[in-house]
Write a protein that binds this ligand. Structure first.
Ligand code: RTP
Ligand code: MG
Length: 141
């Protein structure tokens, strides 16, 4: 298995629930290491640019509104198969369809406020990590 990096975001709903620690603990227990992290309040431009692939989708405006509704925690996770492993820990986009024991099943209520983001491919991970972090902000161990 290849060592990979992926971008994770703990979204405003999970931050508001005081679940930052419990969510990061799941990553660490699964063997992923946090090699970069910061808390940010996104503005419309930063959130809209991040989700640019969804610009034409009917839910885009609500998505940007939600992502700017409160602080988020962005992290780079590193480990074996990190991209797929993180998506597995997150569960399905719609928490009602998320497998029991996944982050979205346990912390999210709706498809709009679904607790976490994770990169969906190696190409997305590379773009998304560079979108939030400079090379000097990433600290591999
Ligand atoms: P994310 O990018 O946030 O990790 O979520 P994802 O890959 O599981 O889902 P994606 O298709 O990339 O959609 C991004 C976010 O848009 C909202 N969404 N709403 N109402 C809808 O049909 C719908 N579809 C997607 C979700 O909040 C999703 O996380
Ligand atoms: Mg996505």
């Amino acid at each position: 298995m290849a060592t990979e990096r992926t971008l994770s975001i703990i979204k405003p709903d999970a931050v508001a629930k005081n679940a930052i620690g419990e969510i990061i603990a799941r990553f660490e227990k699964a063997g992923l290491q946090v090699v970069a992290a910061k808390m940010l309040k996104l503005d419309d431009d930063k959130a809209g640019g991040f989700y640019a692939e969804h610009k034409e989708r009917p839910f885009f405006k609500d998505l940007v509104g939600f992502m700017t509704s409160g602080p988020v925690v962005v992290q780079v996770l590193e480990g074996d198969d990190a991209i797929a492993k993180n998506r597995e820990l997150m569960g399905a986009t719609n928490p009602k369809e998320a497998a029991p024991g996944t982050i979205r099943a346990d912390f999210a209520e709706t498809i709009d406020a679904n607790a976490v983001h994770g990169s969906d491919s190696a190409e997305s991970a590379e773009r998304e990590i560079a979108y939030f972090f400079g090379a000097d902000e990433i600290c591999p161990r």
